[in-house]
Design a protein around this ligand. Structure first.
Ligand SMILES: [Zn+2]
Ligand SMILES: [Zn+2]
Length: 313
């Protein structure tokens, strides 16, 4: 037995998928006030009463002495570029707003005169505020020759306390040779594939690169039966995100005939009350496949496993 048996399985199957995490972000006092200020076309800083540091954007605590910040200040719209990074799509800069002791990171306007370290810039505001950092659209070079501005008190500003936030991550997942082949076989031949360990001779389902017990590379793909034995089961009543079946249903661990590992699937074919009463560990089960037209090359091509009650003594 050698690795050469595992040939013709290099065509990587790829799954296009998306992780979406919508949630509400609690801004905190300083960031919420800073965002509220941007919506009002003002850049707000916080001032430390202890060491007199002025920080833009506003911070809840002094980033030099650690004391809680005091009043907020309304800063000028002008400043000086202190550092710059250019990417293909955007030029990012650290900007020392006039009167501030810290730098604000933001983007520079695209097009127009080029900016560099030392360039005087001024704020460009978005037409429509969206309660985001981009209410301040960008900074653009300022050649007016105007004197640097000075901070002024803000008066009371109601902070934005919460903002809707979403992480949206599109990604491509490569199944790799083992899962790819498993899904291929499920879709085209209704065969369930395992991989065999050359040392302990166990057949592992789903097939995998290494034996979990011996830590040696598996060397052969083999078919396993679509019949097996019920190893454990639970009746699921709870609904949760990502669930593909509607509760109640029976979630089961099944050891397929010819396999040494447990496959997670469902047991069905009867109402849940009947299954609850009649299922027992060690009971034979068999796969009930979906219609060929509905197969997608996943383990869900098996609709469920049906208990084989009649084989019981
Ligand atoms: Zn301080
Ligand atoms: Zn092994």
């Amino acid at each position: 037995m050698s690795d050469s048996l595992l040939t013709g399985i290099d065509d990587a199957q790829v799954l296009d998928a998306n992780i979406a995490l919508p949630y509400t972000l609690t801004t905190g006092r300083a960031a919420g006030t800073f965002l509220a200020g941007l919506g009002d076309k003002r850049i707000l800083a916080s001032r430390c009463d202890t060491c007199a540091r002025t920080m833009t954007p506003a911070q809840d605590y002094c980033n030099r002495c650690g004391e809680p910040s005091g009043e907020f200040l309304s800063m000028p719209e002008t400043g000086t570029v202190t550092a710059i990074t250019r990417t293909e799509s955007v030029t990012l800069a650290l900007i020392r707003i006039d009167g501030s002791d810290t730098d604000l990171m933001h983007r520079l306007s695209s097009g127009g005169p080029a900016a560099d370290v030392g360039t005087r810039v001024r704020a460009v505001w978005a037409d429509t505020p969206t309660q985001s950092m981009l209410d301040l659209d960008c900074f653009t070079p300022d050649d007016s020759g105007a004197e640097p501005g000075t901070p002024s008190p803000t008066g009371d500003i109601e902070p934005i306390t919460e903002i809707p936030y979403a992480i949206d991550l599109a990604y491509r997942h490569s199944y790799g040779p083992h899962y790819g082949r498993l899904f291929d076989e499920l879709a085209t031949r209704r065969r369930i594939l395992g991989s065999k360990c050359p040392q302990c001779r166990n057949v592992l389902v789903p097939p995998r690169e290494f034996c979990d017990i011996c830590f040696v590379r598996t060397a052969q793909h083999v078919d396993v039966a679509d019949t097996g034995v019920l190893q454990a089961f639970s009746i699921i009543h709870m609904e949760f995100v990502g669930q593909t079946r509607k509760p109640p249903y029976v979630y089961a661990e099944i050891v397929l005939d010819g396999s040494a590992t447990r496959l997670i699937h469902t047991v069905g074919g009867h109402d849940v009350d009947t299954l609850k009463e009649r299922l027992s560990i060690g009971m034979p089960v068999r796969a009930v496949w979906k219609d060929a037209a509905d197969t997608r090359g996943t383990l869900d091509d098996i609709d469920h496993f049906a208990p084989v009650f009649e084989q019981l003594p």
